[in-house]
Ligand binder design. Structure first.
Ligand code: HEM
Length: 338
């Protein structure tokens, strides 16, 4: 199969492995930077608007309607939220032909033709926006957003709009330090990476964004796997290892995370863009199937446990090695949904 035959969700998927083994590390690199994969490329811009843009923003809106705790902001973070909004809207219009941010008198006019949005606002005037600034930004970009305050030689998670959390809860973590929120990460294998990452982030300069990736898995094409909605997805996660249509149910979940020092407030903006790819798509790319099987075989037990892969690993490795041995094609006839 030539790379051009793959659907766009495969061609632009940020495949997380560069070798046959994976360990936690302070894996940060300057952004943006186009990264080529065996199927295509990703990462040419910080914000990535794809053909799921409208659908994902509608989903975010619905989640915020039913659970307002997905947006939390400690009062001292409002100036940072405005800073984040301006950074985000400027970044959007620098890359999207159908979006504009124009000066108008004391304020701005934001136009997003893709969503049919046109809104005048004054920077810092809360009443001039239809939603708090962080929520407004979250209605224009696919990323989840966290803002960290830097004080007393530490970073603090003091605001966020996070609707697609991977097995954590913003409402639970709000006000915690960077080291506290990473408490559940298996520390033996993190080997000091978390404290090193915090030191690195505290030295981050405005205008020099960085990124890293993280990967895990999800049952079904489900973006909202926050602890807050566990009742909706926990059972399907538990049942995944025995699922009949395993290759359609198991999804690799990759987060491309950006770190941006905001210019006015000095806060750190942490953007999390989540991508989901079914195992059936991975099986169709022999190099990915082979590499994922090797990574899984080699992963230490506590990372396997933390990522919830213990019950899934044997079946996953079986599927992946069979696909590799047969040279792999799409296992089922499917239309391009991407
Ligand atoms: C700047 C803001 C960051 C925030 C707000 C953040 C937040 C989080 C959260 C909430 C989790 C889930 C923890 C849980 O299980 O409850 C997590 C996991 C993790 N974070 Fe961060 N993180 C940040 C940056 C970083 C950086 C720079 C690194 C680099 C070492 C890092 C490494 C990790 C690792 C290795 C995990 C485990 C993920 C997995 O295996 O699935 N984080 N992070």
């Amino acid at each position: 199969m030539s790379p051009f035959d793959h659907p766009s969700r495969v061609r632009s998927f940020p495949w997380p492995f560069t070798g046959d083994s994976y360990r936690y590390s302070a894996n940060v690199e300057p952004a943006p930077k186009l990264r080529r994969t065996v199927t295509g490329a990703w990462g040419g811009t910080i914000l990535d608007l794809d053909n799921q843009y409208e659908a994902e923003l509608a989903e975010r809106h619905a989640i915020l309607q039913r659970d307002s705790s997905r947006f939390v902001e400690l009062p001292h973070m409002r100036p940072a939220a405005w800073d984040a909004l301006l950074w985000g809207l400027r970044a959007l219009c620098a890359q999207e032909a159908d979006m504009r941010l124009e000066r108008a008198g004391e304020g701005f006019i934001w136009t997003n033709d893709r969503l049919g949005v046109r809104h005048a606002f004054r920077y810092g005037a809360d009443e001039s926006l239809p939603a708090p600034p962080l929520v407004f930004l979250a209605s224009q970009i696919q990323d989840d957003i966290v803002l960290l305050d830097q004080r007393e030689g530490q970073l603090w998670v003091d605001a966020g709009c996070v609707t697609f959390a991977s097995n954590w809860s913003l409402a639970f973590n709000i006000g915690m330090s960077f080291l506290e929120i990473h408490g559940p990460v298996p520390q033996n294998y993190a080997d000091g990476a978390i404290p090193r990452a915090e030191q690195f982030l505290m030295r981050l300069q405005a205008g020099q964004p960085f990124r890293r990736m993280n990967w895990t898995s999800t049952a079904g094409h489900r973006l909202d796997t926050a602890l807050d909605s566990y009742a909706d997805w926990g059972a399907s996660r538990q049942a995944m290892a025995g699922a009949e249509a395993f290759a359609e149910v198991f999804h690799m979940r990759v987060e491309v995370q950006h770190f941006i020092r905001l210019p006015e407030s000095g806060a750190i903006m942490f953007l999390i863009r989540t991508y989901l790819l079914p195992l059936s798509d991975i099986l169709a790319v022999p190099a990915w199937a082979r590499q994922f099987a090797l990574v899984l075989t080699d992963l230490p037990d506590d990372i396997i446990q933390y990522k919830g892969l213990a019950a899934l690993r044997p079946r996953l490795i079986r599927s992946l090695t069979q696909a590799d041995a047969t040279g792999s094609r799409y296992p089922h006839t499917q239309t391009d949904l991407s």
